[in-house]
Design a protein around this ligand. Sequence first.
Ligand SMILES: [Zn+2]
Length: 500
Amino acid sequence: MALAVYNTMTRRKEEFRPREEGKVAMYVCGPTVYNYIHVGNARAYLVFDIIRRYLIYRGYEVRYVQNFTDVDDKIIARAREEGKTPEEIARFYEQAFLEDMRDLRVMPPDVAPRATETIPRMLEMIQGLVEKGYAYAVDGDVYFSVERFPGYGKLSGRSLEEMRAGERVEVDERKRHPLDFALWKSAKPGEPAWDSPWGKGRPGWHIECSAMSLHYLGMGFDIHGGGQDLVFPHHENEIAQSEAYTGREPFVRYWVHNGFVNIREEKMSKSLGNIILVREILKKYPADVVRMLALQTHYRSPIDFGPEALEDAKRAYERLENCLFALNSYLTRPHARTAPVRTQRETELSDSFLDYERRFREAMDDDFNTARAMGVIYELVKELNTYLQEQERFPTPAGPVIAGMGRDLLLKLCQVLGLFLPAEEVEEAVFETGRGVESRDVAGLPSPEQLIDLLLEVRALVRRKKDYETADLIRSRLKEMGVRVDDLREGQRWKYVGKP
Ligand SMILES: [Zn+2]
């Protein structure tokens, strides 16, 4: 079975055939770093993290590039408000974004170029476009001439006339067509500026992504991702610039766009005042619950991030967590070492495991249908819970083997989607951006999970010594930090439940 991907360009699912066999080159539009990221923006990074992880599971070698837009009107405005330089604002929110992505357990990009460090590439492109007659300079600004590019509108599926009617475009006498967009903007006093053949200025937003994606991935790369709101004008403009400049097409093989985020059926927006920041949500819910919410809806559909939806996702997550916990505690119990002869039921069950993985793949191969894939996982959970109950009443010699296979499969499928990742996979991303230097891990530092386990080991020790005061202190301090500790027959169990 082949992988099918919905391509915004052709408006249908297509068989996925990458430019180079076994390799996928993908580019996702990164954040404009002037504020903390909210869940509306974060959905894209979760969606493309899930897609990237699935492609890796499918055996592809994936190269993932995601930029930082670190020069922009919004950054300049923010800097003025706070009495800082635009660079200080950009670096601060870039760091905050990296922390939020790490906390969401999103894999860091292979390359994370900054716009300000790719300016020579952009100037090269702009100059090329002017020379070929696709762009013109007026008073230090350079505009792309949309009428010169016959394919303009092919991604959004609208003609120039329709777009002109649909968009409220400011009348600018200096532009040849109202939809002509800026490749280069002349500097106003006090703004960050770079030298160019047209005087001091800074790049427009659209040219950044064309220059960075072409530089790091080359023409005709495989997947370009982003939110649906980027289709027009951002991605339409990226195509026009890149194909006009190189004289080749396509710029991108598959255009993939994720749907909007709503809060209680209202679109999340600043004007409605219903913005939820990633860091706020992560104070209340573990990253896996936020991810579960994203997984339960197809990436192209709108998603509700309201409190009820989050509570539902939390309950669904606990079903998986409880099953894994029950399997693990069953497996760590001492079992009689006998030849693991399987019963008829056990042979059938272990055979069905292959079927679960096949159905999981089928669902994900169908344009990354995570909702259907989660359905397969829930069925597996139900099956494994039933089997464990049977084992409690009528243990069989092969019980541990079958339970072990079931646990490994459940964990494997969850981890393909980025759930229940081992602690060591949560890595600190360190970027040396713009120079093509890859991110790397900070090896050796213990994870929070390891430190909690260590605390609980100490707590078990002091309890054995009947020092209940210290044991209670450890438990209540952990509780203050949002970690609930339960004393069960098989030992202590902890869980991150969020701050009280
Ligand atoms: Zn972009």
